[in-house]
Write a protein that binds this ligand. Structure first.
Ligand code: HSE
Length: 434
């Protein structure tokens, strides 16, 4: 087989990592594919910056169309990010018969259906390992290694930035704002890091994982998401006193006729498998009906790990080309997409245990008022802490509950928050694994 020519759109962090691996590991890749993978063109508006390794200036262009219309290019790698323009480039490349690799989680989570339909229509492959978990090969694990199983649960730390921030708040007692500043300085977070900390990035990744389990895209907007912006070190300290830590978890469970799909800060027991995933690391726990529990752990971001995932996709498609496989695997690895949309359970019907931190006046009868209202809504308390005297005129009263319905919690809180003995909005965190 002749060489496989690749065109790369986007020469930022991940683009540079991808090219570096293709250059540096050229010999082993040649042996694993059976053909040479040639970087034919790289498009980026910035053709001048030093990427840390020598690059032939003739490879660089500012015009992505040079790649999309080059008849010699077999695989187009989209690493520019953003939605509309990236989507146009991908669709145009597919129309021109090119296979596509992308790391674009936002695009796949929100417009995946259009991309997957175009891939099938034009008979090209599309691969997106780098869209979830950086260097962790979770997409291929779900599509191949675990393909014999019905997947009942996925629980993931899917955003390295928020995990880094929570780790620093937990281990060093840093306030949120300082931990965010550090994450930006270290290059983990975008500036501003909104999508990382508000749950959107993890929800994009969760949507992609769910779409692979069921073979159909999910309505992204139905995935519940809540960020870590309002957490304070005090909550992390109280969690520790109860034997928990706080992690930003993305969770999906198969409930039979519907699924859970949610991303939010979650209290997990200190001996929970996710409690020891720290810093910018990601971890994904998967449970299948025959395989049982599986755990994947690694760096969820960065030039080298994410580049590793992108190159694995290039190799995957190149192998198919070299072996003359004329019909690429369907994008979601299901022969025919599920007809029906997967219904996502509304959050009001979730049953979970809860952590509440009330800011209360330190007066007789306050605790009984709070517990009375919780009792009226069938919320049973399992543990209470009230420590210290007044801070700004109020004391924290912290409770853990037994399992309760989310809708009851919302109703109880709206009554509680209107009490004059409570001086601030109540902090609520769901507890996993009760
Ligand atoms: N910004 C992401 C994170 C990395 O912090 O995990 C890319 O998906």
């Amino acid at each position: 087989m002749s060489n496989i020519n690749v065109g790369i759109i986007g020469f930022g962090t991940v683009g540079a990592g991808t090219v570096e691996i293709l250059f540096e590991n050229r010999d082993i890749i040649l042996n694993r594919v059976g053909s040479e993978i040639i970087v034919k063109k790289i498009a980026d508006l910035d053709t001048q910056s030093d990427r840390g390794f020598p690059i032939d200036p003739d490879l660089l262009t500012t015009d992505a169309m040079e790649i999309i219309h080059d008849p010699q290019i077999d695989i187009v790698v989209e690493l520019m990010g953003g939605k509309e323009k990236a989507k146009d480039y991908i669709l145009k490349a597919m129309e021109n018969g090119k296979h596509v690799v992308t790391a674009n989680k936002a695009l796949l989570a929100e417009h995946g259906e259009e991309i997957y339909r175009a891939a099938e229509q034009f008979g090209v492959g599309v691969a997106f390992e780098a869209s979830v978990g950086g260097g962790i090969p979770i997409i291929r694990a779900l599509k191949d290694g675990l393909s014999a199983n019905r997947i009942s649960t996925i629980m993931g730390i899917l955003n390295g930035t928020s995990n880094y921030i929570l780790t620093r708040m937990t281990q060093e007692g840093l306030p949120y704002s300082e931990a965010v500043k550090e994450a930006i300085e270290l290059g983990y977070a975008e500036a501003p890091p909104t999508l990382d900390v508000d749950g959107t990035d993890a929800a994009h990744k969760l949507a992609i994982l769910i779409s692979i389990i069921y073979g159909t895209p999910v309505p992204f907007d139905d995935i519940y998401r809540e960020g870590i912006e309002n957490l304070v070190p005090e909550d992390i300290r109280f969690a520790g006193q109860f034997g928990y830590c706080i992690k930003m978890l993305a969770i999906t469970r198969n409930l039979g006729d519907r699924i859970e799909a949610r991303v939010h800060p979650t209290m997990v027991s200190l001996d929970h498998i996710m409690a020891n995933v720290n810093g910018a690391y990601n971890a994904i726990y998967v449970e299948g009906d025959f395989v049982g529990p599986n755990l994947y752990y690694g760096l969820g971001a960065g030039r080298r790990p994410t580049g590793s995932a992108v190159v694995s996709d290039i190799i995957y498609l190149a192998r198919q080309l070299c072996n003359g496989i004329s019909k690429p695997m369907p994008p979601l690895a299901h022969a025919s997409p599920q007809e029906k949309e997967i219904p996502i359970q509304p959050m009001e019907t979730l049953r979970a245990a809860y952590y509440f931190r009330f800011s209360a006046n330190d007066r007789p009868g306050v605790l009984s008022k709070i517990s009375g209202i919780l009792g009226d809504h069938e919320i049973s308390i399992s543990n209470v802490i009230q420590k210290g005297r007044k801070v700004n005129g109020s004391v924290p009263v912290v409770m853990l509950t037994h399992e309760a319905r989310e809708s009851s919690v919302s109703k109880a809180l709206s009554r509680l928050d209107s009490l004059d003995v409570l001086t601030d909005k109540t902090m609520v965190i769901r507890v996993e694994g009760e």
